[in-house]
Write a protein that binds this ligand. Structure first.
Ligand code: NI
Length: 180
């Protein structure tokens, strides 16, 4: 297990546009993906993007099963309750006009939650760790979680959807809590 330090907002590295991954994956990149999963489960969180551990690559990991409180509070529960997904070079092909509002949080903005409105459904193209391309539609919580994670790959955070006033308050709170 190699849990990495999660960068906390405000940090310039969270604002960079991540670079596409080339295939086949290098051993370094495979290790980064393992570290991302370890870091996400350790946090615990439902998703983590590479820039959050200071790696500027278009990779995210999610486990939306992790969202259930039952699983979250018993991370070592046997029986394969985990549903780790790795998303490489993801791309949105479509999104619905219908919007949905969910309360979001972020491992890079601890102890902060806010309602964010996003397209309710999306169509996605991405690559898996073997370099195979996939295309699929997602809705409900998965659509939200994926949009949130892939925003990280273009230097965007969920607080960017809030009013400037609210965003500044959160940034100040983070500076106070996590910086000297
Ligand atoms: Ni996040």
């Amino acid at each position: 297990m190699a849990v990495q330090e999660i960068l906390i907002h405000p940090d310039d590295r969270l604002r960079e546009i991540a670079k596409p991954v080339t295939f086949p994956l290098s051993d370094d990149t495979k290790q980064i993906i393992r570290d991302m999963a370890d870091t996400m489960y350790d946090a615990p969180g439902v998703g983590l993007a590479a820039p959050q551990i200071g790696v500027s690559l278009k990779i995210a990991v999610t486990d939306t099963l992790w969202r259930s409180d039952e699983v979250r509070h018993d991370p070592d529960r046997p029986g394969g309750t985990r549903d780790l997904k790795v998303w490489i070079n993801p791309e949105f092909l479509w999104h619905s006009d219908e919007m949905a509002t969910w309360e979001e949080g972020c491992l890079s903005i601890p102890e902060t939650y806010a309602d964010v409105k996003r397209p309710a459904a999306i169509r996605l193209r991405w690559f898996d760790i073997d370099g195979q391309q996939h295309e699929k539609d997602f809705d409900d919580f998965q659509a939200v979680a994926l949009q949130h994670e892939f925003d990280h790959l273009i230097g965007k955070l969920f607080i960017d959807y809030l009013t400037p006033l609210k965003r500044n308050m959160i940034t100040k709170k983070m500076r106070k809590l996590f910086k000297e």
